[in-house]
Design a protein around this ligand. Structure first.
Ligand code: GLU
Length: 482
């Protein structure tokens, strides 16, 4: 299908590994934002030609993660489109046809080297501290020998006959001019023994057939560009614009890996990182706005995003900043929405939160203290469960002053059944004066009896959530501590 070249078409082309890496989410987001900004098309393409690495259920999981996060594809396996199928394992014939063109043109060749030979070769190269590359043993086999070995059914792969001299020079929006010496580029395998294409062939063929105008992806692919360009030229195709996003780094500036900390987007979602916060945080990994603003909704990002503000330098994945940002969203999003999203965490902990009015009040106080929704449970469970005092807390509860506070409050609250927030406020002042107490001497025992902690929400909010009956019974339980 022929696409008009002036309409922006971009793609996110993940390999389904079973989880979405935060770096993958960044690539998806930048492509999505660029498509939205330019009125272009955002394509989702599943690159699953590495059968050894394919994981069952991974494609569905990936699409559901993207949906949860709010990145919607305009064309892809779930929504279809004019350039399908959008799953590479369903396009095997297309790659086969294309590689035949390369073989005919002498741009590709059959290679019969066994895995054992290649391993010995790499081992020898490693020993000599040379780059591990194919030595070209099958590059110039006579045509009749190739035919004979193929007919005999000898296993083979198809490799790209990459030029050994000269340099490949190309433009990248982020890195500007890039030059690579051709002798450093391997004779890439294009079709493997199992008949499946490698990433390089499938990626180039699909980007062309799907009319992709801008290839926006991680910097780790920059070194593959010479091979891709060689393929584009061999096919006689126009090059896309290349945009390689800076590496993601750990705070110690090493490359963000699987091992150091969490990199699975699903893990963040499970713990109650909000899609709004994740997208905002990820957008700033390697891109900066025109001013020094940090908080952006997805809509605002779609308006503000531009390729020329992508940085060259690696971007540090700073979890502390993500925690701050997520906390900000938890405190600033609509309270009812936050309550809806928090509810499953309480239910999973076996806490009955069916009294919506109370639950919303609990969420309103708990959200001041957390950086993700999962933490809300420990900030709110004391409203639903009996308080267990530690030995140290019990000592404070049992002190004479504490007991006099509790007795005084029980007397007052029981005498006035329709207790209001205003009553609480007035009686705080009154009882402080009566008992001759100030500051923490007054507040700590009170909060401890009601909340199980000397620090926490203000007393009027606590009593408002608990209600006068539960408040009185908590004071009574405190008096029973012996
Ligand atoms: N399938 C590749 C990946 O998993 C895509 C790279 C590209 O966008 O070209 O990252």
């Amino acid at each position: 299908m022929n696409m008009a070249r002036d309409d922006v078409r971009v793609r996110f082309a993940p390999s389904p590994t079973g989880y979405l890496h935060v770096g993958g989410l960044r690539t998806a987001l930048f492509n999505f934002l660029f498509a939205r900004k330019t009125g272009g098309t955002f394509i989702l393409r599943i690159e699953d030609t590495d059968q050894k690495r394919s994981v069952t259920g991974a494609v569905e999981k990936l699409m559901s993660t993207l949906r949860t996060i709010g990145i919607k594809d305009d064309e892809g396996p779930d929504v279809g489109g004019p350039c399908g199928p959008y799953i590479q394992s369903e396009r095997k014939d297309i790659y086969r046809r294309h590689v035949d063109r390369l073989l005919d043109a002498g741009v590709a060749y059959h290679c019969f080297c066994t895995e054992e030979r290649l391993e010995r070769l790499r081992e020898a190269q490693r020993r000599k501290k040379l780059p591990t590359m194919y030595d070209g043993a099958c590059r110039d086999l006579p045509a009749d020998e190739v035919r004979r070995r193929l007919e005999a059914g000898e296993p083979s792969v198809i490799r790209l006959r990459f030029p050994r001299e000269g340099r490949t020079v190309f433009d990248d929006v982020v890195r500007r001019k890039v030059a690579v010496d051709n002798e450093l580029v391997d004779d890439q395998v294009l079709i493997k023994t199992d008949g499946f294409p490698t990433y390089h062939l499938a990626n180039v063929v699909d980007d062309h057939l799907m009319g992709v105008t801008h290839v926006i992806r991680g910097e780790e692919w920059l070194s593959s560009v010479p091979k891709h360009i060689y393929l584009y030229r061999a096919f006689g195709w126009e090059l896309p614009v290349f945009v390689h996003l800076p590496l993601l780094l750990n705070p110690d500036r090493s490359k963000l890996s699987k091992r150091q900390g969490d990199v699975a987007v699903e893990r963040y979602l499970e713990r109650g990182y909000l899609p709004e916060a994740l997208l905002n945080f990820i957008a700033l990994l390697g891109w900066h706005p025109a001013d020094d603003r940090e908080l952006f909704s997805l809509e605002e990002l779609c308006r503000e995003f531009s390729l020329d503000r992508i940085n060259k330098a690696g971007a540090v994945f700073d979890v502390d900043k993500l925690n701050w940002m997520n906390g900000w969203y938890i405190r600033n999003l609509d309270l009812e929405t936050v309550a809806d999203r928090t509810r499953p965490y309480f239910e999973a902990a076996g806490i009955d939160v069916s009294d919506r009015e109370t639950f919303v009040k609990v969420v309103a106080v708990a959200r001041d203290y957390v950086s993700c929704l999962e933490e809300m449970v420990d900030r709110g469970r004391m409203f639903y469960e009996d308080i267990c005092f530690s030995d140290e807390q019990r000592e404070l509860v049992r002190e004479e002053v504490s007991r006099s506070i509790y007795t005084r409050w029980i007397g007052e609250m029981e005498a006035k059944p329709a207790w209001t927030r205003e009553d609480t406020e007035n009686f705080i002042k009154q009882s402080m004066k009566e008992l001759g107490l100030k500051g923490k001497n007054f507040y700590f025992p009170l909060r401890l009896a009601l909340f199980g902690n000397t620090h926490g929400p203000d007393i009027p909010s606590l009593i408002d959530i608990l209600g006068p009956r539960e408040t009185v019974s908590r004071f009574r339980r405190a008096l029973e501590q012996v």
